[in-house]
Design a protein around this ligand. Structure first.
Ligand SMILES: [Zn+2]
Length: 328
């Protein structure tokens, strides 16, 4: 089986701004180069296009979700290194996030310093919104890893997740998470929570993978309270080299990658007038992503060292943290 979704960009236009991409294929690549994790998925040729109207790279064609599921399941079976790193990462992540919102200024400074150093590993979802006791929704919340950090700040926790395998983790305490095992855009929000409910809506490595990013943006904007923010953390590809890196060395899980952040925010301000933007670039791209069998504690440790050292000298961008704030 070789199912993938071929976007007809010539007819449908860019999935975000809906104009037609200004360039033809930037380059072709064989995704087989990236598919060592799963022999079950067949090879096919892919290419990357750029929409310079909104500053994104579009991966085309892309796998549909059933194909992605196979790889996902494979990785979670093999992903011992990843699990270990995650449990090790929990403590500094909580420290950085809780400290960020601490009334104690010494603790705040320490948390920011630790956060700055560990950012390429932790991708810390810090926000300018004061978060104590607020409502936070994590779209694609997984096992609730990030939500529970906000739990330490006394927030009410809400999550959506398409993988039912995460339910036991979401059910487990001590914090209570209200969750929906459903795609974000398929939930009847008006009935479930009502509009204008959330102070923070988090897309941690999620937004660029969504089938309909435009719809998700409109929906999350309506769900925000005035003064609230949408926080997105996702890969950032400021040049073609970075796009090649992502598609060749990592299975392209998403299909809309920000390539020009200023251009992208200009486009966003047309789509959602009044929104305020801020972003920062997370440095520390690793030479190559470890996948499947290669993902051991040893390779994970090497990867972390490599990313931290690149972060120190700011040599290669890897992720972007973008906050879209709704005025009060
Ligand atoms: Zn576009």
């Amino acid at each position: 089986m070789n199912q993938h979704i071929r976007l007809n960009l010539r007819e449908a236009g860019c999935p975000f701004c809906r104009t037609h991409p200004n360039r033809n294929a930037l380059f072709r690549l064989r995704y087989s180069e990236t598919l060592r994790p799963s022999p079950e998925v067949e090879d096919f040729e892919g290419w990357v296009e750029e929409c310079i109207q909104c500053g994104i790279y579009i991966i085309n064609p892309r796998y549909d979700e059933t194909e992605f599921e196979k790889i996902y399941n494979h990785l979670s079976r093999k992903g011992k290194g990843s699990t270990t790193v995650k449990s090790l990462a929990g403590h500094p992540l909580r420290f950085a996030m809780v400290g960020w919102h601490s009334p104690n200024s010494l603790r705040r400074i320490a948390a920011r310093l630790i956060g700055k150093v560990l950012d390429p590993v932790l991708h810390i979802p810090i926000t300018s919104v004061p978060m104590r006791g607020k409502n936070v929704l994590d779209v694609g919340c997984g096992d609730g890893f990030h939500l529970r950090c906000y739990g330490k700040l006394g927030c009410a926790l809400y999550g959506t997740e398409i993988h039912s395998g995460y339910i036991p983790f979401l059910e487990k305490g001590p914090e209570t998470i209200r969750y929906w095992v459903e795609e974000f855009s398929k939930i009847d929000w008006e009935k479930e929570t009502g509009w204008g409910t959330f102070d923070l809506i988090l897309f941690q490595s999620v937004f660029y993978r969504l089938n309909n990013p435009r719809e998700a943006l409109d929906l999350s904007w309506r769900l925000l309270k005035p003064g609230g923010a949408i926080l997105r953390i996702e890969p950032f590809f400021p040049n073609i080299d970075a796009a090649k890196f992502m598609t060749r060395f990592n299975f392209p899980q998403g299909y809309c990658y920000i390539s020009n952040i200023e251009q992208y925010c200009n486009k966003l301000s047309e789509i959602i007038p009044g929104a305020q933007f801020s972003w920062d670039i997370i440095y520390g791209r690793s030479r190559k992503m470890a996948t499947g069998k290669e993902l051991t504690l040893w390779t994970a440790a090497l990867d972390i060292i490599e990313r931290l050292s690149k972060n120190m000298i700011g040599s290669e961008p890897w992720y972007i943290r973008l906050e879209i704030k709704k005025p009060k």
